[in-house]
Design a protein around this ligand. Sequence first.
Ligand code: ZN
Length: 300
Amino acid sequence: MEKNLYWVTDGTYQAAFLTTRDGVVLFDAPPSIGHNLQRAIDEVASANGVSNTVTHIVYSHHHADHLGASSLFGRDVVRVGHAETKVLLARDNDPARPVPDVTFETRRTLHVGGERIDLAWHGTNHTPDNIYIHFPDHGTLMLVDINLPGWAPYDSFNLNEDVPGSIAAPATAMAYPWKHFIGGHMGRLGTRDDMVVYQRYVDDIISGVKKALVTVDPTPFFTKYGNNAWGRGQDVPGRAGRLRLRAGHQEVHRRPGRRRRLHGQHHVHHPRVDPPRPRHRHPNPPMTDAGNSRAGSIRF
Ligand SMILES: [Zn+2]
């Protein structure tokens, strides 16, 4: 990306690493990239005559699709993440995602091998623990699962846990100085122009929704789609989702105590979405008039 900062992608997921005189700092470890992370590091390290030993892994947030290869780097690596990431990973109890050894609440600057990395938490967005990873000496910001340059969210707003928080996040990102953006997905990096386009896209959706809320009569839609409303299975598209939806339906209409009874089907969540939980609020949330968007009450 710039100098000794590199990014790795499989076209769908992204990770980054910083080579230092004392070893390598890795940022996220998506399982889809897996062992290719170390292969990429080996290639860069041998070309530049620096150490290929990963000494630190910084976690962007707790989701398995971004951290599931963490355990490949062994027990001696220092893992760094938000305090809430530790809580959520302890809950998940997934051997592929060891809990962070070093945590912080709002800000933490890492100094490794003469390099500087600024970590910050600016409130809940995609998840309660999603952090901003700033490389002040490399003109780069990493913020995962908010703006994915080259892609636009619509359904479920990219599996968001806090829609107003995610709407506010790009403005917070733009307040940092950077040229290169790592969004965590897609096969390319982002620019400041990408972020502006994304903000306009979201603004358009917000104004369209505000208009629709006062001009569209939803009665014909409710009539046509029956009593399904929103909820069960609507967040799990495709055949598996429909099967789970049906299983939930059967559960409702089956007498209790029957054999082969299904459990918990009324609380089906997308595997990448955590169950609803109380929101965490930053003491000084970024100012935005999008914060009162009604979208925040959508249940996933
Ligand atoms: Zn995520």
